[in-house]
Design a binder for this molecule. Structure first.
Ligand code: SAH
Ligand code: SF4
Length: 394
């Protein structure tokens, strides 16, 4: 075992079958293992009562089921939770749980940091540290299920599934960690694991076009496109990857992905509203014209401020004008309400604890640290945030 034990948490069904075959075992055991791990939350091979003792012993010697460690848990007054999850590179990444009537959404991370440096994003400002492994991506869903009591015996738990939706909208660009994200999506949607519907698992991308073009071979998950600007000139400034893959190519790839799905799925077009930058009436009109042929709904996201950013959230009047113009043009438009703001869990506020490998943002980080000290002093004087120690929630 030159590379240490294989972490079975990160294997999808096909990979689990391959792993078992490599041990000289029957592939049907894969389903048993997946159910133990992802439906019962078992990490101890000895608890797998339908697996014969010799195989359990063999598994113990070559494999492990090792979820990432929870470093911190924060809970907000509005029912949101944010966890800081430790990954192998030493960074902490964030995942957020947002309960709503009839559904629970888990927002998970795909990378520690992000290399794409969108001008409005706290994650991007930190730089990039590492890709998460598939065990670390699926491990977030596993951990949230454990923390929310979903693995507890039916007599102890409520018997309902707390997580009905997963969005890859935490830290990182999912399509830049393609293989591990695709593997994780298949585990999320496998009926032997979490059985999430393809409509309720969403990959959000800022537009890595070649990866988007490959995606359909591996998944039929839903798609969110972080557009944020109605023309290349503006998008080049706020979403730098646009300089490589301009809007026309991004929307063409989006349409092709949707067209290859058997159902009439729509993409979600994400559009942050930043005061004086992209929230003018003319931008709304341009956006309406741009998306004419794209099956989509539009999600407007009022910019969430974070330390070190000079941008401001658009005014309520600007937000409702923007929405009205799009609605009048025939679009379904939602406005994302800000949840989890007080615990820094809102969109674009996710920073985790990332050590930037590129050092690109050292200056920015120094500024953040100085500001954080001031904030801390202020916070100590005011009411403390409710922080719980890591571990199971009661
Ligand atoms: N990298 C991917 C997924 C992570 S970002 C992407 O960009 O799509 C998830 C969402 O949060 C995106 O729609 C992103 O644009 C949005 N976001 C980033 N910073 C934000 C901020 N400061 N306020 C509100 N939303 C933000
Ligand atoms: Fe990366 Fe998405 Fe943030 Fe842009 S918005 S820097 S792609 S995480």
């Amino acid at each position: 075992m030159p590379n240490g034990p294989t972490n079975l948490l990160g294997l999808n069904r096909q990979q689990m079958e391959g792993f078992l075959q490599g041990l000289g075992e029957k592939p049907f055991r894969a389903v048993q293992l997946l159910k133990w791990i992802h439906q019962q939350g078992v990490t101890d091979f000895d608890a797998m009562t339908n697996i014969a003792k010799p195989l359990r012993e063999k598994l113990k010697s070559v494999a492990e089921i090792r979820p990432p460690r929870v470093r911190d848990v924060f809970d907000a007054q509005d029912g949101c939770y944010k966890w800081i999850v430790e990954v192998e590179s030493g960074s902490g990444v964030e995942m957020v749980y947002i309960p709503e009537a009839g559904r629970g959404t888990l927002c998970i991370s795909s990378q520690a940091g992000c290399s794409l440096d969108c001008s409005f994003c706290a994650t991007g400002k930190q730089g990039f540290n590492s890709d998460l492994t598939s065990a670390e991506i699926i491990g977030q869903l596993w951990l949230a299920n454990r923390e929310l009591g979903a693995f507890d015996p039916p007599s102890a738990g409520k018997g309902t599934r707390p997580i009905t939706n997963v969005v890859m909208m935490g830290m990182g660009e999912p399509l830049l960690n393609f293989d591990n994200v695709m593997t994780s999506l298949s585990v999320m949607m496998d009926d032997n694991c979490y059985g999430l519907s393809k409509r309720r698992v969403t990959v959000s991308t800022s537009g890595v076009v070649p990866a988007l073009r490959r995606m359909r071979e591996f998944t039929d998950a839903s798609l969110a496109i972080s557009l944020h600007a109605p023309n290349d000139e503006l998008r080049n400034q706020i979403v730098p990857i646009n300089r490589k893959y301009p809007i026309r190519e991004l929307l063409a790839a989006t349409k092709d992905y949707l067209a290859a799905l058997p159902d009439n799925r729509q993409a979600t077009i994400e559009y942050i509203l930043i005061a004086g930058v992209n929230d003018h009436r003319q931008h709304a009109r341009e956006l309406a014209a741009l998306l004419k042929d794209v099956p989509c709904k539009i999600n407007l996201i009022p910019f969430n401020p974070f330390e070190g950013s000079d941008y401001q959230r658009s005014s309520n009047a600007a937000i409702s004008n923007f929405r009205k113009l799009l609605q009048d043009a025939g679009y379904t438009v939602t406005i994302r309400t800000t949840r989890g703001d007080e615990i820094g869990a809102a969109c674009g506020q996710l920073v985790g604890q990332v050590d930037d490998r590129t050092r690109r943002n050292a200056r920015h980080l120094a500024k953040l640290a100085a500001e954080a000290e001031v904030e801390l002093a202020r916070a100590e004087a005011a009411q403390p945030v409710r922080i719980r120690p890591a571990g199971r929630m009661g």
